[in-house]
Design a binder for this molecule. Structure first.
Ligand code: FNR
Length: 365
């Protein structure tokens, strides 16, 4: 497959696989253990069908929406993925430019190979900063303040990773961060001995540095170091949704970390509706995991998501074609989503309702 023949998001993966060193491709592509959830994140979408409405004037379609008070061009945003310079020399900077050009939000990973300041220097754009809470709380406070100062608009706190899931390909490959790259937001931390362990670098990094004691009370602490809204990424149950609201979360991202953490959790699209119900409309709910088509975006919105985030499509397209690749991924998803809206009879996001989809758990009509 040539990159100019690409007609859908999934096709970038084969090009990335060809281009990237096996260790890097495997790191991006893998899920945890049996990778059941990895497959299920995709499969679950195929069990949700459409109930399109006909003979509605769809000559004008509005895809715009507002997220955390910011108007964006479409409800499709970029999830944080670590170490993007392994995919392409411009890494996160290319992703940031592509997101800005598309008029949407990019989330920068804590474990990025570009700093918050470097990403900000690419130009205007609405950006969120993903946070892993390290044991060294001074380092955490510093990076959060740097993100705020650099103009990031929200903190996406990852709550599903007190320790890294078991990704066997990374263990087999003895995954390490290539020596020319640095985790720029936590630069200066002594990582020397981590690179020498026999395990995967990512797993040793998390085991050594992440604060496994992170708990609900720490949300309050994060609120003392920043005035930015805090989104909780990795919520899968209505129970935790209710606690999150009490704890002051400004939003929730239903996520299973791209199936890289606990295997055999449900596909995110299966968990979404119960989480949305539990919020009683008090805070917005977003979803990531397995979004590869505009139809997936529509299904997530029909089940109550306020927007979606994409992970792997960004790193694969970045590997294949840098900024142009990421732009094309965003454009293809946008076009497909707009098409889905038109063919379903929806002219704005508000017009996408639960009745436009049929799930396994709906009663047959
Ligand atoms: C991730 N993800 C992730 N999440 C996070 O909070 N911080 C991070 O640094 C990373 N890094 C990361 C690297 C790679 C290679 C992948 C594939 C994923 C999870 C990510 O934000 C998101 O939840 C999933 O990628 C969404 O699923 P899809 O779109 O990849 O299917």
């Amino acid at each position: 497959m040539k990159k100019d023949m690409i007609t859908n998001v999934t096709e970038y993966e084969a090009i990335a696989k060809e281009k990237l060193p096996k260790m890097v491709y495997d790191f991006y592509a893998s899920g945890a253990e049996d990778q059941w959830t990895l497959k299920e994140n995709r499969n679950a979408f195929s069990r949700i069908l459409f109930q399109p409405r006909i003979l509605i004037d769809v000559s004008k379609i509005d895809l715009t929406t507002t997220v955390m008070g910011f108007k964006i061009s479409m409800p499709i945003m970029i999830a944080p993925t670590a170490m993007q310079k392994m995919a392409h020399p411009e890494g996160e900077l290319a992703t940031a430019r592509a997101a800005s050009a598309a008029g949407t939000i990019m989330t920068l990973s804590s474990t990025a190979t570009s700093s918050v300041e470097e990403v900000a220097s690419t130009g205007p754009g609405i950006r969120f900063f993903q946070l892993y809470v390290l044991k060294d709380r001074n380092v955490v406070a510093q990076v959060v303040r740097r993100a705020e100062k650099a103009g990031f608009k929200a903190i996406t706190l990852t709550v599903d990773s007190p320790i890294l899931g078991r990704r066997e390909a990374d263990i087999k490959n003895r995954f390490t961060l290539p020596p020319n790259l640095v985790l720029k937001n936590f630069e200066g931390l002594d990582l020397g001995k981590l690179n020498k362990t026999s395990d995967s670098f990512a797993a040793s990094y998390a085991a050594e540095l992440y604060d496994r004691s992170l708990n609900w009370k720490d949300i309050k602490w994060i609120q003392t170091i920043t005035s930015l809204p805090i989104l909780l990424k990795g919520v899968l149950t209505p129970e935790d949704t209710m606690i999150a609201i009490q704890a002051g979360a400004a939003g929730i991202i239903v996520s299973n970390h791209g199936a890289r953490q606990l295997d055999y959790v449900p596909a995110t699209i299966m968990a979404l509706e119960e989480v949305v119900k539990a919020t009683q409309g008090r805070i917005p709910v977003f979803l990531d995991g397995g979004i590869r088509r505009g139809t997936d975006v529509f299904k997530a919105l029909a089940l109550g998501a306020a927007g979606v985030f994409i992970g792997r499509p960004v790193v694969f397209s970045l590997a294949a074609d840098g900024e142009a690749g990421v732009r094309k991924v965003l454009q293809m998803l946008r076009d497909e989503f707009e098409l889905t809206m038109a063919l379903s009879g929806c002219r704005s996001l508000k017009e996408i309702t639960r009745d436009h989809v049929l799930t396994e758990w709906d009663r047959p009509r």
